[in-house]
Design a protein around this ligand. Sequence first.
Ligand code: FES
Length: 146
Amino acid sequence: MNRKDFILKSCAACVGASSVAALLSSCAATKFTNGKLIKDGIVIDVKEFSLKEANKHRLYIVVRNDELLFPICVYRFSETDYSAVWMQCAHQGAELNVAGDYLQCPAHGSEYDNRGRVTSGPADRDLRTFPVTINNNQLFIDLRKT
Ligand code: FES
């Protein structure tokens, strides 16, 4: 059994084949960034959302930083509208996976939309989210507030 088969079979036993397919397809397109930690928050460049094709943008970016306990998924809705969603499940605290325009928990299957609202249980509350402001082509994710 090669590595890919092992991962697929192992994951399929845990979370189901359809979830694995969504996970693998989303991994291929996921862009990660460290962001820049500053007082009270984290900053990422708006250009991180740009694709090579003119006027095309990434749907989301995952901010991973050693200083953060969990990643933050930043969704882009328009030039001036973003959401920043803490990727810790509201059920029992597992790290979520991004599956395109929604987030999915590998532990028990809860799902959340791209604004962090729970859409499928067992979680019964929304994810933590952070205000996002734009200044000089930089997004500031305010970690002080939810
Ligand atoms: S920890 Fe996420 S659904 Fe249980």
